[in-house]
Design a protein. Structure first.
Length: 481
């Protein structure tokens, strides 16, 4: 026996369709259960207001007929019929019988004097008439005829010589109100059925379109999560899903770039690690040869020291990047004289400058103070100077400049070498214009450190060669001199 498959309510498509249906049903329910009864109440109140105006306008006329012997019953009936025709209401004239000067409502008795319709079934609302006599004011209410017809009624007390002897009962049928409300309810139910059907169909179609786009994003995300990059998804609209699709495409581009950079880095790092390791291994085997003379052995040891230094630099760079990513780099903000620090760092590079035959020019004022971490700024300077020596031909002119600009402290390292291949990517991790001379990590580390100290580092494309400028917050208490 096959099982009946239930609709998947967890589906976004079904949820949205049901939401459209529920909102439409709720809206029409409010109209049906609140607006329609309120309309019925307003129509009935309007009928009673008409009766009140009719009673007010005809009160003096009826009171003028009281106590007159020349007004016969026939004349009175004619006057009441004329009044009913003029007001558009049924007018029933009632006499009041009471016991005592201050009767209670249950002590009052009423009898019909005249009726504008002269029908057998005459409206009688003793409670309403009694309240009008007791209060001396018109009283509104409702009643029914013996045949079940519902009426809106107003009892108007009429006085003769200061005593209420008559009550004019104005009544108007509510049957037309009931018919109007029934018509509205019938049309509203029909409109509700059509609206619910359209809402269900329209909601399902809209939800299906939305669900299809969401499903496409889900499948694309699964592909990217599995490491399989796909073509950019089409952006079909400017709504939230369109913006999400656009963001997904941008994310995929960035992830692809990171993935390519990661693979290039692995290859570069493997090459950078393999070359000195193999070199060290070869020199170790050669050093084991006891027939080497002292000069050759010393030359091999110097080369091994260079390879160890190369490995050490690569390991330090990787460690710095991992610490920056983890947010574990601690920075101490303090006043630092960039000119003095630059002179100190340049002393470290004197041997390298001499080997490279570099023309080094210093343009450093006596003091340029910045608020930064001394050790990290020194690391940035070493990176910039090392790049200037590593990626330029021998004998290149290198200039180191420091100064202030709009309250910030700046230090620039410029060279007259071949320049930058791509100044927009030069700060990207693992990017290098010359793969044989580094892993492309130094400038990425320099930018991260500068930004962590509320500063920045930029290239200057307006001059020949390459120029890198580090901008740091200035120390306001120590101006440059």
């Amino acid at each position: 026996m096959s099982r009946v498959r239930r609709p998947r309510l967890k589906s976004l498509r079904n949820k949205l369709a049901l939401l459209f249906f529920a909102i439409t049903a709720a809206a029409f329910s409010v109209i049906y259960f609140y607006v329609v009864p309120q309309s019925e109440f307003n129509l009935r109140r309007e009928r009673l207001d008409d009766l009140a105006r009719a009673a007010t306008s005809s009160k003096s006329t009826l009171e003028g007929l009281m106590g007159r012997r020349d007004v016969t019953a026939r004349e009175l009936n004619r006057r009441v019929r004329a009044l009913g025709d003029a007001t558009g209401a049924r007018v029933t004239l009632q006499g009041v019988q009471r016991s005592g000067d201050q009767p209670r409502p249950e002590d009052l008795r009423f009898y019909t004097i005249s009726d504008s319709r002269e029908e057998t079934l005459v409206p009688e609302n003793r409670a309403l008439s009694a309240r009008a006599v007791i209060t001396g004011e018109p009283v509104r209410g409702g009643g029914t005829l013996p045949d079940g017809e519902r009426l809106g009624e107003l009892a108007q007390p009429l006085s003769y010589r200061g005593r209420i002897d008559w009550v004019a009962l104005y009544s108007r049928s509510f049957e037309d109100v009931g018919e109007t409300i029934s018509f509205i309810r019938a049309r509203l139910l029909a409109a509700t059925a059509v609206a619910l059907l359209l809402a269900l169909i329209g909601g399902y179609l809209v939800a299906q379109a939305v669900a299809r786009r969401v499903k496409r994003l889900e499948q694309a995300a699964s592909e990217v999560a599995a490491g399989r990059f796909i073509e950019p998804l089409p952006v079909e609209s400017d709504d939230e899903l369109g913006q999400l699709t656009r963001t997904f495409n941008e994310m995929q581009v960035q992830l692809r770039q990171v993935d390519v950079a990661r693979k290039e880095f692995v290859a570069t790092a493997s090459h950078e690690l393999r070359t000195p390791i193999f070199s060290l291994g070869g020199f170790v085997e050669l050093l084991q040869d006891e027939e080497l003379d002292d000069e050759t052995r010393r030359e091999f040891l110097d080369i091994m020291a260079e390879q160890v230094e190369r490995l050490q630099k690569l390991a330090v760079d990787l460690l710095d990047l991992s610490r920056l990513d983890a947010g574990s780099v601690e920075l101490q903000s303090e006043p630092v004289d960039l000119s003095a620090l630059a002179r100190t760092i340049l002393q470290e590079f004197k041997p390298a400058v001499a080997r490279h035959e570099t023309e080094l020019e210093l343009r450093l004022p006596s003091r340029v103070t910045a608020r930064c971490d001394r050790e990290r700024v020194a690391q940035i300077m070493r990176i910039l100077l090392d790049n200037a020596l590593r990626h330029t031909p021998e004998g290149t002119h290198v200039t180191v400049t420091a100064g202030r600009n709009n309250g910030a402290a700046e230090l620039t390292v410029a060279d007259d070498g071949p320049g930058l291949v791509d100044e927009h990517q030069v700060f990207e991790r693992f990017y290098t214009g010359d793969a044989q001379r580094g892993a492309g990590l130094g400038l990425a580390i320099a930018r991260e450190l500068a930004e962590r100290m509320d500063g920045s580092i930029r290239t200057d494309s307006r001059r020949e060669g390459a120029a890198f400028t580090v901008k740091l917050p200035g120390d306001r208490g120590r101006p440059s001199t």
